[in-house]
Design a protein around this ligand. Structure first.
Ligand code: HSE
Length: 308
């Protein structure tokens, strides 16, 4: 095989209470990448479509940094051309850099004859994430590669796994068009938390995981509460509280920030109220002259896939 086209989905990380731990993959949004073998040993980004301003320098782009980490570990010297097509901008909170890194290592692994499992590819994609956000977190790259709902139990050593989720669970994503850099959003957080907040938070993480596994929608909603990160970061997101109130009033089980924001997400049982929330969000932001992308998604069970 000389060339391969792959897709790796956008993701929602943290999922409210699970900072750097929980994540899930979205349908429809993500990165497409065509990877083609070269005769020399260079990694060359030939084009990036869909968003502007991303580095073409292979030492500064998450995709090529992730592929280099894979090649170094395998002790291989190979060259590839990368054509990247993105439909999520960086600084969206939807794991844009993770999709690029995930697509890149998944494609390279395929062209190399699959020496690594999907699970093993996560650490190489994390090398790309580290460059983009200064800290190697796995809660976006894991669902982007594996699909579904994922838990990062530990980054060092890496221990990640999928958990089941109810088939009727729907997601609405609301992405007001302002940029929040993950590195800045990480710097805002205090390095220590109050014990009483920690107790509440890990109760919620346990409740959310249990609610997902047992298909207990009421418990999912109650547990989608973040007392540590959301109070700090929500101030960066225009009309966060207004949107949360609107979504909860329209049947959302719970509402929080997606990753480091500004995107936000809510869970619903079934499709009944999803369009109402999308419509209200668009109307509200437009009335305040802020562009917004809002859409309904299922949880994507597949993660990174081959397209051609
Ligand atoms: N867990 C990361 C953070 C996700 O919240 O900083 C970034 O999308």
């Amino acid at each position: 095989m000389e060339s391969i086209k792959v897709f790796a989905p956008a993701t929602v990380a943290n999922v409210g209470c699970g900072y750097d731990v929980l994540g899930f993959a979205l349908q429809g949004y993500g990165d497409e990448l065509i990877l083609t073998r070269r005769k020399d040993e260079k990694l060359v980004i030939t084009s990036i479509e869909g968003v502007s301003g991303l580095p073409m320098d292979p030492t500064r782009n998450v995709s090529t940094v992730a592929i280099s980490a894979l090649l170094d570990d395998l002790g291989l010297r190979k060259g590839f051309d990368l054509r990247i097509k993105k439909n999520i901008s960086s600084g969206s909170g939807l794991g844009s850099s993770a999709s690029s890194a995930a697509a890149a290592v998944f494609a390279a692994n395929q062209l190399l004859g699959t020496p690594k499992t999907k699970q093993e590819l996560i650490s190489y994609a994390m090398a790309g994430e580290k460059m983009a956000s200064t800290k190697a977190h796995a809660d976006n790259v894991t669902p982007s590669i594996l699909g579904g709902f994922t838990v990062v139990r530990s980054c060092q050593p890496l221990d990640v796994f999928n958990i089941p989720y109810p088939s009727e669970l729907k997601v609405v994503v609301i992405f007001p068009q302002v940029e929040v850099k993950t590195s800045d959003a990480k710097r805002m957080l205090k390095s220590e938390v109050k014990l009483s907040d920690a107790v509440r938070q890990w109760g919620n993480v346990a409740g959310l995981v249990s609610g997902l596994i047992l298909e207990d929608y009421d418990r999912i909603g109650k547990s989608l509460e973040d007392v540590i990160v959301e109070p700090v970061r929500s101030i960066l997101i225009p009309f966060f509280q207004e949107m949360k109130k609107m979504a909860l009033k329209n049947g959302a089980l719970g509402y929080s920030i997606s990753g480091s924001g500004p995107s936000m997400f809510c869970f619903l049982r079934g499709n009944e109220n999803t369009q109402e929330i999308v419509w209200n969000a668009k109307k509200y932001y437009h009335s305040h002259d802020i562009e917004v992308i809002a859409f309904v998604s299922d949880i994507n069970p597949s993660g990174a896939i081959i397209l051609d």
